[in-house]
Design a protein around this ligand. Structure first.
Ligand code: VAH
Length: 321
């Protein structure tokens, strides 16, 4: 049985769905710090869980006979930068709790890391798995702490800790929650609904990105791999683009779409976060060790995002009529 924390977030709901289709609804326990909508609860077990509460989590692990935890609860980069104290507790104490549970109860633990775990002194292009890591955002600091602690538990207590450094994730159905890469999702909603987007990043800020279904597939393949893998933490990547490149791809379908950028004299606070991250990753070890491979390149991703969001807008119009 699998427990997924943060199951109502951008990635959690899709992952729960995928795991339930593989293992049966009853065998995937979804949890979150928010209450789930009734239709979500109707599909399988949902429990309220505060990842900062070890005893509560342990109760769930015992009651539901959990074997694997996928830990998705976290504050993302922009929100964390606004509230460092909360980020330290949720991202670090929350992780320490699930890691300790994995040790005590012999569980497999999957908890994603991020390109945010790299920092300004990391080589920016084709960043390898092992390199200089000195993040200067609170989000990156918490995530690097988790990587190192997970590796420590793996070495010392044989905990099967698995992690991948996710890039920015694009999805049409579930919104991202407070990241720096969120522009790459917001842009589509604004393009379809208003024909214009005020981007908070500079036009030439290149960041690694991936479509949600690729992320979920890669995560599942990584999670279910039968043996302990050679590395605890892997880079995974699909494409890298800048806001300007994304806007021109969108313009192929919406020729009148316009985009504006911040006044260089007054950059948004997220620019410094983005500038500290790599522009592209070397993910050859993930490709070698658990068969990571993306399906979506930029063109396919943009077309699908636009189609899905257009369908949402059409459905809203029909309801309003
Ligand atoms: C963020 N999307 O922007 C997240 C992430 C790729 C970085 O982990 O905070």
């Amino acid at each position: 049985r699998v427990l997924v924390t943060g199951s109502l977030g951008q990635l959690g709901s899709g992952l729960v769905k995928e795991l339930r289709s593989m293992y049966g609804n009853e065998n995937v326990v979804a949890s979150d710090i928010r209450n789930a909508p009734e239709d979500f609860k109707a599909n399988g077990p949902f429990v309220f869980a505060d990842v900062m509460d070890y005893a509560q989590l342990e109760g769930i692990v015992v009651d539901y006979k959990i074997d694997w935890i996928v830990h998705y609860s976290a504050l993302l980069s922009a929100v964390a930068e606004k509230n460092p104290a909360l980020a330290l507790s949720v991202n670090m104490t929350g992780f320490q709790n699930v890691l300790e549970l994995a040790k005590v109860h012999g569980l497999r633990l999957y908890s994603p890391s991020t390109i945010g775990a790299f920092g300004p002194s990391t080589p920016k292009i084709d960043t390898p798995d092992v390199t200089i890591m000195r993040p200067n955002t609170i989000y990156g600091i918490t995530k690097l702490h988790n990587e190192l602690l997970g590796e420590y538990y793996r070495e010392k207590y044989n905990v099967d800790f698995r992690s991948a450094r996710y890039p920015g994730i694009l999805s049409a159905d579930t919104p991202p929650g407070g990241g720096t890469t969120d522009y790459a999702v917001d842009i589509f909603h604004h393009a379809v609904r208003h024909g214009h987007y005020d981007c908070f990043l500079k036009k030439d800020t290149r960041l690694p990105m991936m479509y949600l279904s690729d992320c979920i597939k890669g995560t599942v393949d990584h999670l279910v791999h039968p043996e302990m893998l050679p590395q605890a933490v892997y880079n995974i990547a699909a494409v890298s683009f800048t806001p300007e490149e994304l806007a021109s791809e969108i313009r192929k379908y919406l020729p009148h779409f316009t985009i504006s950028y911040p006044d260089p004299a007054h950059p948004d606070f997220r620019q410094a976060i983005a500038d500290s991250w790599p522009a592209s990753l070397d993910d050859s070890m993930a490709r070698r060790d658990f068969g990571w491979k993306e399906e979506f390149g930029m063109e396919k991703m943009v077309k699908l995002m636009l189609d899905k969001i257009q369908a949402q807008v059409d459905a809203e119009k029909r309801i309003a009529m």
